[in-house]
Design a protein around this ligand. Structure first.
Ligand SMILES: *Cc1c(COP(=O)(O)O)cnc(C)c1O
Length: 417
């Protein structure tokens, strides 16, 4: 048993749904991201169904994994989208997403990105500062449009997650400080070209407890009361994303329990509820398949040098994140404690430390829980073309992104005259 429902062993071979992963490596090469359609659909449906009839919109956070096939799959299920750039807006439109289900987050939206979003007719801008509010107002005015906005409020709660992915503390760059929010909501009336429709917060990522969500929700409700007293009409509450997944020992709340807790906290208000899950929709629906190039035994350490690296999956190097690493063919050989490292010229280029595995040169490994912030954070460092991406669907496998070529990498580069 792998512990990952869509990627499990049958007779000592690791499968993605009904397809052997060694077959995928043979056909598409390595490194290769492999996603499970069934896992993506199940994760979306669990969130969506948990609202039990309450008016809501699940807005998938595109930055977690922005492959068009994945966006298209969620669009077909009725999902909305949380975007953080004009590029992500283009992806959503190309993938057939409904712009009226798009919310635009992020601290540094440029005027041209705002124009594109207004042109598309998105649902809402999640505005993160007074200065940004003024720019949205100006851009909308130039286009003779009214921009729908929420203010993203920073509730100052401790998400108890990695400091790089905690966003709801007063020292973070995100959102409008909680004690300034009411004033800014009131003064937003002076902007003729914005219409305040919502109230937004997002406190961080990979949260494994409900407590911080509930605490933020209570603060948001308190603010909502005060805004209504001031005569502001708020149509929707956007409670952000951030629900964690199990990478190894964590036991995060189930999506249905998380949604139930949010709905209970909000009570019977009339507002529509938006959520912006990213990781929890895609994280455990994907793996990174890699091959052992060399084993290197030194007096101090045993290294397995694999063909995936920090440019393919940055999370270990960036956050010291843990990903389970499983053999694609369970091997009964000599177990050693391996450092699983890539070929990139950085000591930080590791995928796992101290993993007890029986390995031989040429073996395949599956780096688990790689569906979120894997491919979407990848780079071309060391002039490494990015990995292929495939989707398994029962006993079918579809290429959803070709492996990049070096020619593509250098296509925009020019010699001096
Ligand atoms: C990154 C992000 C999300 C998604 O976070 P997850 O932890 O992947 O669920 C949602 N909303 C905003 C504003 C974000 O920046």
């Amino acid at each position: 048993m792998s512990g990952f429902p869509s990627f499990d062993y049958r007779n000592a071979s690791l499968y993605g749904e009904s397809i052997r992963l060694d077959r995928i490596a043979g056909e598409f090469g390595t490194p290769c991201y492999v996603y499970s359609r069934a896992a993506l659909v199940a994760a979306y449906r669990e969130f969506d169904a948990a609202f039990a009839g309450r008016d809501h919109l699940v807005c998938y956070a595109v930055k977690a994994n922005s492959n068009l096939a994945i966006l298209n799959l969620f669009a077909r299920l009725g999902s909305g989208f949380d975007i953080v750039s004009g590029g992500e807006l283009r992806r959503v439109m190309k993938a057939g997403g409904d712009p009226q289900k798009v919310v635009f987050s992020g601290v540094g939206k440029r005027p041209d990105e705002m124009r594109a979003a207004l042109d598309a007719g998105i649902l809402c801008f999640n505005v993160e500062s007074e200065a940004e509010l003024a720019v949205v107002d100006r851009v909308a005015g130039e286009m003779n449009k009214i921009a729908p906005v929420s203010l993203r409020v920073n509730p100052d709660v401790d998400a108890k997650t990695h400091p790089y992915i905690s966003t709801g503390l007063k020292e973070n760059k995100f959102g409008i400080p909680f004690d300034q929010a009411e004033k800014l909501y009131v003064s937003s009336r002076q902007f003729a070209n914005v219409r305040v429709t919502g109230l937004d917060c997002h406190i961080g990522s990979q949260l494994t407890e409900l407590g911080p969500f509930v605490e933020a929700g209570e603060k948001i409700l308190g603010l909502l009361d005060r805004l209504e007293t001031q005569g502001l009409q708020i149509d929707h509450l956007d409670l952000g994303g951030g629900l964690g997944i199990r990478y190894s020992g964590e036991s995060p709340p189930r999506a249905r329990d998380y949604v139930a807790a949010l709905c209970k906290g909000i009570g019977r208000g009339s507002q529509r509820i938006l959520i912006e899950p990213g990781r929890a929709l895609v994280g455990n629906a994907g793996i990174l398949l890699t091959r052992v190039e060399y084993l290197k035994h030194t007096p101090h350490r045993d290294f397995a040098i694999v063909d995936a690296a920090m440019n393919d999956l940055m999370r270990p190097a960036l956050y010291d994140a843990y990903h389970e690493i499983l053999p694609v063919t369970a091997n009964k050989g000599n177990v050693k404690t391996y450092q699983i490292v890539g070929p990139v010229c950085e000591t930080g280029d590791f995928l796992g430390h101290d993993r007890k595995l029986a390995l031989s040169q040429g073996d395949l490994l599956a780096i688990m829980s790689a569906g979120a912030y894997g491919m979407s954070m990848s780079s071309n460092y060391n002039t490494r073309p990015r990995a292929a991406e495939v989707m398994v669907d029962g006993d079918q496998v579809h290429l959803i992104r070709e492996r990049e070529s070096v020619d593509q990498l250098v296509a925009g580069e020019k010699f001096l005259p």
